[in-house]
Design a protein around this ligand. Structure first.
Ligand code: GTP
Ligand code: MG
Length: 440
């Protein structure tokens, strides 16, 4: 889904991360990559320029918080600005204690009927008693289509094929379900002789039914044109929220989402396929996190900030010069501890979340505990110069810590690995490595 946007964003981030320093040149290149990607995804040019300008200004002017590298900081700026581009948080809120009525609006073929069935299914699963009203009197076979699609949802369907007035059907449907349902979804016609007629009918349906929410269904393949379409509908009947469909394989999906958000209406859901379960609740932050391949980056950033990790720069400098002691290792373990459990951190890191099972993570935390007790059994000299640990010292340390000689050897080999890596790596990779070293 949204492959070009995702690939473009990830390539831009990769290039930034791969650059030596985050200087003005690197930021400008990053911003240019970003601009190109947004425009290719059909994000409106003016909006693309606005967002990239903000990213650039913030990236050049803001100071990274303590413990966060410049690169990570720029990535987090990108993340925030992209999420802002895609609108605010907050989805469709429905209450089971009363009956809510939802009217589905949208042009022909946008996916209203399919999405009606998907919503019926989703809310049915959430314990709502759902009634669906077939108020499309234009499309031949509209009622049959709705019945077929909704069959899997278990929702009750109201239709009246003798009635040609869709406004009457909508109102009668709502009335029929009163007292027995707590969610009524009214599917309306998209096909009309002309757009004015369609908008007029929308107005009448909304006027007669007085829905709690009107949902506009927009085909995501039309890209930034979503904006004008949404405005036209909004003028006919205030739009409570938007569902953008067909984002599976929509090259212009990024533009569609940004345009929908620009109308000020919330994007409630996105539809990513023809099957009944291809509907997802939309959250800009989660969505951008996924695009960037970062798990839930926001949660991670918050955790980093909360944990108040101070990276001791002097220590880092000394370590980078190749002088690494066991105390440094211990210090890093303690820093890791401040993140809370390692598991919690890894759950938020791309590639790790959901992949490492909790047994493996528990094992990693166990290792850290073992290493810590071993280090505590070392003398000051051994800690400062671990290379001085010969086999008799190794035996003594093992005995003193109650750990096996194998454990001590493992720690020493970790130490050497890390020392070798410190020598060859730059600050950022090292910090990352230090943070992750308990894992394996
Ligand atoms: N790939 C894909 N196809 C979709 C999605 N949503 C709907 N469709 C397809 O789009 C077509 C039109 O969907 P409908 O639900 O009939 O659209 P509609 O708005 O009710 O159309 P009218 O009633 O004629 O106005 C159908 O072939 C659907 O299967 C989606 O998220 N992804
Ligand atoms: Mg339809």
């Amino acid at each position: 889904m949204l492959d070009s946007l995702r690939d473009g964003l990830q390539a831009a981030v990769k290039r930034l991360v791969g650059s030596n320093t985050v200087d003005e040149k690197a930021v400008k290149e990053f911003v240019k990559d970003l601009q190109r990607t947004l425009i290719q995804s059909d994000v409106n040019v003016r909006m693309a320029l606005e967002v990239t300008e903000r990213v650039q200004t913030r990236a050049l002017e803001e100071k990274a918080p303590a413990g966060v590298t410049r690169k990570d900081h720029v990535v987090s700026i990108l993340y925030e600005e992209m999420a802002r581009l895609l609108g605010g948080e907050g989805g469709l809120r429905l209450d089971k204690d009363r009956m809510s009525t939802v009217v589905m609006l949208g042009v022909q073929g946008s996916g209203k009927t399919t999405t009606t069935a998907k919503l019926a299914r989703l809310y049915g699963k959430r314990g709502f008693k759902v009634g669906v009203v077939a108020a499309d009197t234009f499309r031949p076979g509209a009622v049959a289509q709705l019945r077929t699609l909704s069959a899997a949802s278990g929702a009750e369907i109201y239709s009246d094929e003798g009635e040609k007035n869709s406004v009457k059907i909508a109102a009668a449907g709502k009335k029929r379900f009163e007292g027995t349902k707590n969610l009524v979804i009214i599917d309306t016609a998209g096909r009309h002789k002309e757009e004015k007629g369609l908008l007029q009918e929308m107005k009448e349906v909304v006027g007669a039914v007085k829905p709690d929410v009107t949902i506009l269904v927009i085909d995501g393949t039309i890209g930034q044109q979503c904006y004008n379409q949404a405005l036209a509908f909004h003028q006919a009947a205030p739009v409570g929220g938007i569902i953008v469909t067909k984002l599976d394989g929509a090259a212009k999906g990024g533009g569609a989402l940004a345009a929908a958000a620009a109308t000020g209406a919330k994007v409630f859901f996105i539809a990513t396929g023809e099957r009944i379960d291809d509907l997802e609740e939309f959250s800009p932050t989660r969505f951008v996190g996924r695009l960037l391949g970062m798990g839930d980056l926001k949660a991670l950033m918050e955790m980093v900030n909360q944990s108040d990790v101070e990276v001791d720069e002097k220590r880092v400098q000394r370590m980078m010069s190749g002088k690494l002691t066991m105390d440094d290792l211990m210090y890093q373990f303690d820093q890791m501890g401040k993140f809370g459990s390692l598991k919690k951190v890894l759950d938020h890191i791309p590639g790790f979340s959901g992949q490492l099972d909790s047994k493996e993570l528990d094992k990693a935390e166990d290792r850290v505990r073992v290493y810590r007790s071993i280090i505590q059994s070392m003398t000051g000299r051994e800690k400062a110069d671990p290379e001085s640990i010969n086999s008799s010292r190794l035996k003594r340390i093992a005995r003193g810590s109650g750990r096996s000689e194998k454990d001590v050897r493992e720690l020493l080999s970790r130490y050497r690995q890390m020392k070798a890596m410190v020598k060859t790596s730059k600050g950022r990779e090292m910090r990352q490595m230090l943070r992750r070293m308990g894992d394996s």
